[in-house]
Design a protein around this ligand. Sequence first.
Ligand SMILES: Cc1cc2nc3c(=O)[nH]c(=O)nc-3n(C[C@H](O)[C@H](O)[C@H](O)COP(=O)(O)O)c2cc1C
Length: 246
Amino acid sequence: MTTPWKALIESRLRTNIEQIGASATYMSLATVKSDNTPANRTVVFRGFSGQDHREDTGWQSDLLVITTDLRSQKMKDIAHNPMAEVNWYMHSTQEQFRLYGKIRVVGHHNSPTEDLSKRVMPTKRVDPLAVKELATKAFLINSKNDTVSFNWQAERLRQWYRMSDTLRPTFASDCPFDALQIKDVDMSSGWFIAYDNVQQRFLEAGYENFAVLLLDVDKVDHLVLPTGKHSLYYKVDNQWFSKGLN
Ligand SMILES: Cc1cc2nc3c(=O)[nH]c(=O)nc-3n(C[C@H](O)[C@H](O)[C@H](O)COP(=O)(O)O)c2cc1C
């Protein structure tokens, strides 16, 4: 299945990052609370599941990745109602993307069902010894050379490696460190190795609260402010279509 909006977002994001930096990855995620009132917060776009913008992982998808803490309020919202909308304003090109769909969760004890795994496609076999990033190495080791079925826990581990050192402590209760660095990857298990045993314990405690959210998009509303062009991308029977709204 081809996703015409994905190439558009990738190209616009590249331009926006070049012009305004990492803030181009900030977007608003709206959910529905258990009392059926709305909730909205800023989150970071972490890429499309399985993909890395710096090197080839051997996988690609059109599932948007957001990382979060399992203890956060948004997890309760999503458990009550998994439907969500992302509003993404790309400031430098003055474009708004609204992406509507269902959120699937990869947590410490749960992974999405088989149907979603089919949405992350293998592109080629990549050797863990040939990649540069620790995150990709850990992912490939944990994927155990499986090039047919995507491994969600390997993906969650990859995203944990990619988290900044200063964000990781926020996932562990009562963590005394301002930063938790991953020094290396265990080449047989793919597991992260900290600088000492105390940091290792907090890294492992934090990882238990770390979740990957996947937005499985059903509809994309795209508005280009300078021209006023307004378009809708929508899915019928797993096929993507688009139409102008003005
Ligand atoms: C620039 C910016 C980026 C943020 N990125 C994330 C993120 O990627 N994931 C996340 O869970 N919270 C992120 N936050 C914090 C959320 O906006 C929010 O305060 C927090 O997740 C708690 O939200 P909740 O109570 O609705 O779960 C970010 C906040 C800011 C200001």
